[in-house]
Write a protein that binds this ligand. Structure first.
Ligand code: SF4
Ligand code: SF4
Length: 188
């Protein structure tokens, strides 16, 4: 399994910090039928874990199905080699809250490096197969969620593999920005 430099206890501390915050002060799943979670349970959908994040997961847990992606088969950074853990949710939108991967905990935001190398949080701009009302309506998110998520990503990008992932995604966005006639994304 792909290994980064982020330690198990760092992931545990990150999970504990993010357990205490939510993007909005209500259950946004009631607005959209938990569209993001339901998608994660669809065939051919799921979530990949960050390098080393598998250390805090039990691959035999019944709430998810464990799998791997080969880096050479998908668009991962060139520095990533081997197998990337990939999970599919068995009982969406229900899962043990304290076990949610970082991808779920960051949504609806994504980390982004500006052209000058500044870390920002932006609304997730992936080509999603569903509509997230928080993104669609650019809903104001809880400042505690924003602070905690930014702190977490500032730590995570110290890991060269994770930094390479954020860098790759950020530079890929530049192509879109240029087409839109903009210099960079606006910080959330
Ligand atoms: S994050 Fe967006 S898609 Fe997911 S449950 Fe909340 S509103 Fe729905
Ligand atoms: S792990 Fe939990 S929060 Fe994340 S997509 Fe699956 S059901 Fe939703």
């Amino acid at each position: 399994m792909i290994k980064g430099t982020t330690r198990k206890r760092t992931f545990q501390a990150i999970y504990r910090l993010l357990d205490r915050v939510s993007p909005v002060p209500f259950d946004c799943g009631t607005v959209c039928g938990a569209a993001c979670c339901m998608a994660a349970g669809e065939p051919d959908m799921g979530l990949y874990l960050l390098p080393g994040e598998d250390k805090v997961h039990d691959r035999h847990a019944d709430w998810m199905t464990w799998g791997v992606l080969r880096t050479e088969d998908y668009e991962f950074p060139p520095s990533w080699h081997g197998a990337v853990p990939f999970i599919r949710c068995n009982t969406p939108p229900h899962c043990p809250r304290e076990r949610r991967p970082i991808q779920c905990r960051s949504f609806p935001l994504s980390p982004h490096f500006t052209a000058a190398g500044e870390l920002q949080l932006i609304y997730n701009d992936d080509d999603l197969p569903y509509c997230c009302p928080l993104i669609e309506d650019e809903v104001d998110l809880d400042p505690r969620f924003l602070r905690a998520t930014y702190t977490v990503w500032r730590h995570l990008v110290r890991d060269p593999l994770i930094r390479d992932l954020v860098e790759m995604d950020s530079r890929a966005r530049e192509t879109v920005l240029v087409a839109m006639g903009r210099d960079d994304y606006e910080n959330y």
